[in-house]
Structure formats: structure tokens, C-alpha cells
Design a protein around this ligand. Structure first.
Ligand code: HEC
Length: 180
């Protein structure tokens, strides 16, 4: 009896590990830029919580590409001129919830607050949905390539010009597989 149980368990473990290898990692957080209600709520939250640093029109702080005189980073643009679109939804969620470089001691200091104390997970996703909804279609296509299963890929993706985000060798590999 024990031997049969052991065999069944072993088979189940083997099956689970095969599917873990085959299946792409699940996307735990997705901000839906096509959800109008989420985008409207997100715009309100953005204006109250983010605009003071990232700019009312998502343009970032002046000279955001440069560190300030204390070696601190300025708030980058969230529009197409910034690099927010070069991160997956999961990354953007984590950076907004936990701040930048949480737990990194010493030299790297970031002014990006951790919003986990002030905003619910839903509210964080709403702000991200708003930010994503402001992007031109080509940028939305590029950013969706960073999400598992290309989640968030606009339906009319083939009608616009887009490029792969420079940070994403892994999505390039996945892209080559599906575009064969
Ligand atoms: C007090 C100023 C301040 C506020 C308010 C603020 N941020 Fe930031 N944010 C920053 C700074 C500074 C950085 C750059 C951090 C770094 O690189 O160390 C940053 C970086 C980010 C990044 C990373 C972007 C990238 O491409 O690396 C995201 C995402 C982000 N902020 C989202 C938000 C959201 C969403 C809100 C509002 C809910 C918000 N921030 C409010 C200052 C702020």
C-alpha cells in the first residue's frame, strides 16, 4: 500500500515540476489600462500622491536624468520619455508598494516613498493603469512584452511602430519563439 502511495506521490511531484518548467511564471500583479474606472480612479490618486514629484503631466522632475548634488536620484518621467515602460507590471507594483531599493544599506538612497502604508494593492494598480493608459500605443506594446504571456498587449499592436525595451533580452527570446 505504502509503495503505491509513494509511486503516486512521485508521479505527482514529477508532473508538477514539469508544468513548473513549461509554464511561464504567473503575473501576480496586472494593471489594466483598458479598465476605464480603474484609470479614472488612478488619475485622481496620481494627482494626489505622485504628481508633486513625478510631474502633473508625468514629465518627471527637471533634469531627472541627473543625480542631485547629494548623489540622490530625481523622480523620473512616467511618460514615454522616461523608463517606467521598461519595467513589467510586477516590477512597477513592487517599486510603488515597497519603494526603490528597499533594504539596500548605505550608499543608495532613494526618495521614492514606499506606498504600501498609504495605498491598497488595488489603488496601486489603479495608478499604474492610469500611467499605462497615457502611453502611446507603441510604448504599450513594448511594455506588455515584459509581462508574462505579454499580458496587456493592445489588440491593434500590429498597426503601430514599436521597439523592444532595451532592458529585455528575455522578452526578445520569447518574442523570437512566438514570431517564428
Ligand atoms: C517624494 C517624491 C516622490 C513621490 C511622491 C513619488 N515618487 Fe516615485 N520616484 C521618486 C524618485 C526620486 C524616484 C527615482 C528613484 C530611484 O531611482 O532611486 C522614483 C521612482 C519611481 C518608479 C521607478 C521608475 C523607474 O523606471 O525606475 C516608479 C514606478 C514610481 N516612482 C512610481 C510612483 C508612483 C506610482 C507614485 C505615486 C503613488 C510615486 N512614484 C510618488 C520620487 C517620488
Amino acid at each position: 500500500m505504502h509503495r503505491i502511495c509513494f509511486a503516486i506521490c512521485a508521479a505527482m511531484v514529477a508532473l508538477l515540476s514539469i508544468s513548473a518548467v513549461a509554464a511561464p511564471p504567473p503575473l501576480s500583479h496586472f494593471a489594466n489600462a483598458n479598465d476605464e474606472a480603474a484609470v479614472l480612479t488612478g488619475r485622481q490618486i496620481y494627482r494626489e500622491r505622485c504628481a508633486a514629484c513625478h510631474g502633473r503631466n508625468l514629465e518627471g522632475q527637471p533634469l531627472w536624468q541627473l543625480q542631485d548634488q547629494f548623489m540622490h536620484r530625481r523622480a523620473p518621467a512616467h511618460d514615454a520619455s522616461g523608463h517606467t515602460w521598461q519595467h513589467s507590471d510586477d516590477d512597477l507594483f513592487a517599486m510603488t508598494k515597497n519603494g526603490r531599493f528597499p533594504g539596500v544599506p548605505g550608499s543608495i538612497h532613494s526618495y521614492m516613498p514606499a506606498f504600501g502604508k498609504y495605498l491598497s494593492d488595488r489603488e496601486i494598480l489603479d495608478v499604474l493603469a492610469y500611467i499605462k493608459a497615457t502611453w502611446p500605443l507603441g510604448i504599450r506594446v513594448s511594455q506588455s512584452l515584459l509581462n508574462p504571456n505579454f499580458r496587456g498587449m493592445p489588440r491593434d499592436a500590429d498597426k503601430v511602430e514599436w521597439t523592444l525595451p532595451p532592458t529585455c533580452t528575455s522578452s526578445y527570446k520569447r518574442w523570437k519563439v512566438i514570431s517564428r
